[in-house]
Every structure is written in C-alpha cells, then in structure tokens.
Design a binder for this molecule. Structure first.
Ligand code: CDP
Length: 231
C-alpha cells in the first residue's frame, strides 16, 4: 500500500506527540518529534553557556551548529525513537521546564531552522512518516497528504504539561508552566521565520474536551479515507 506523510502542528502541549506516536504505531510509520530537535539544540546551548535567563549568544550558537549532531534511535521497550545529542541520549533532559523556557528563542533563529529542516526532509523523503511540530504542514512538508492542526485552551494545556512534569518528579509550579505555555505560544506564532500558523488545508481539532482515544479515532479515519482513495 502507498504510504503518505502526516503533518501534525499546533500549540505547545496540545497532545501532538501522543497522537503522532499512536498513528505511527497503528500504521507502521516512523514518528519524528521535530520539537525534540529544537529542544536538543537548546540543551547544547545551555550546556555551553550560550543561553540563560538574561543572555543569548546567537552568533556563537550559529558558529557551533556544525558541532551539533542529532540522531534518533528506536527504543523497543518505549515504542518510539529517543533523541541523542552527539551520541548521548538526552530524551529525558530535553523535557525539563528549563529547556522549555529557552527553546522558543533558539527556534526563532533561521540558521537553526534551516539545519533542522534539512534533516527533517531527509527523514521524511520516503513517506510513511508522522512528524509533529509547528511548521510541518506549512514549511517542512507543504505537500503532506494529511495535515492536522491541534488546539486546546492554554489552561487545559498547562494542566496536561504540569501533570507530565510532576509525574517525572520535577518540582514545578503550575503558574510557571502556564506562563511558559503562553510565552511559547506568543514567540512561536510571532517569529519571522516559519511562524506557527494553521496551513490553509489543515484540519483543525480542538481537543480540550476530547479523550486521547476520541482524537485518535478522528485522525485514523482521516488517514483511512486518504489511503482508500489512493487505491
Ligand atoms: O511538546 P511541546 O508542545 O511543549 O513542544 P515541542 O513540540 O517539544 O517544541 C518545543 C519548541 O520547539 C516549540 O515551542 C517551538 O519553539 C519549537 N519548534 C519549532 O519551532 N518548530 C517545530 N517544527 C517544532 C518545535
């Protein structure tokens, strides 16, 4: 059967990765978490003292980009690919609130974007891929057969992220998580390069009052329809 490309975009903590992983497992596709790539570059910048609350040495980060190698290695037990920075597994570290607090500044740098988009193109060239992010349906794969745009209220999203961070054992305050969600929404939608916007041909799903299963059913049916029409 012919394989398609599925692009899932939306605001932070809208459940993109949950849906993307579920679809990838169901259809036997590869899941690519593009946000993990921006988070990994951010972690590198933090480790090298290039970014903190007050400063961001953008030029130095640009000059370091050639030293940053990001790879994904499938973890059978987890059922998805974990992200590696220069050969070191950073899957857990990149999910901290500290990385979240800096990532949107790093993701607004065009040189960072072009490096990562080039790698994303390579990962999706054979189709059979589900990629989630902010610009997948608009910039990375504008020809994707299915584009989904997920939304939910900021409160709902912050609650989801707060629970995730608590579950990991991170000591965070709900107000700080909500602030981060709102700040990232703003920066991601207002940056010059590849801002977060819904592609004209994307299907919008507001999942504020939906279960993960409801959302999966909607998306799965859309994929089935496309696959059926290609027969
Ligand atoms: O999981 P969450 O919704 O918190 O975000 P993510 O998908 O891990 O993405 C983290 C950040 O990376 C976003 O807030 C964006 O600033 C940036 N990003 C981007 O600019 N373009 C993408 N395709 C994916 C993520």
């Amino acid at each position: 059967m012919k394989k398609i490309t599925i692009a899932i975009d939306g605001f932070s903590s809208t459940g993109k990765s949950t849906l993307a992983k579920h679809l990838a497992n169901h259809f036997g596709y590869t899941y690519v978490d593009s946000g993990a790539m921006y988070r990994t570059v951010t972690l590198y910048a933090m480790q090298h003292g290039l970014i903190d609350e007050n400063n961001f040495d953008k030029e130095k980060l640009i000059s370091h980009l050639k030293n940053i190698e990001i790879s994904f290695i499938f973890n059978k037990a987890l059922g998805f690919a974990e992200v590696y920075l220069n050969g070191v597994n950073v899957e857990n570290e990149i999910r901290s609130l500290e990385v979240s607090n800096h990532v949107s500044k790093v993701a607004a740098v065009s040189e960072v974007r072009s490096k990562l988009v080039e790698q994303q193109h390579k990962m999706g060239k054979n189709k059979g891929v589900v990629m989630d992010g902010r610009d997948i349906g608009t910039v990375v794969f504008p020809d994707a057969e299915l584009k989904l745009f997920l939304t939910a209220s900021a409160e709902t999203r912050a609650k989801r992220r707060f629970n995730e961070l608590k579950k990991r054992g991170d000591n965070v305050l709900f107000e700080d998580v909500l602030k981060n969600v709102e700040e990232r929404d703003y920066i991601d939608s207002h940056r010059k390069d590849s801002p977060l916007v819904k592609a004209d041909d994307a299907k919008e799903i507001d999942n504020s009052n939906m279960t993960k299963e409801d959302q999966f059913e909607i998306a799965k049916n859309l994929v089935d329809k496309i696959l059926e029409s290609q027969k």
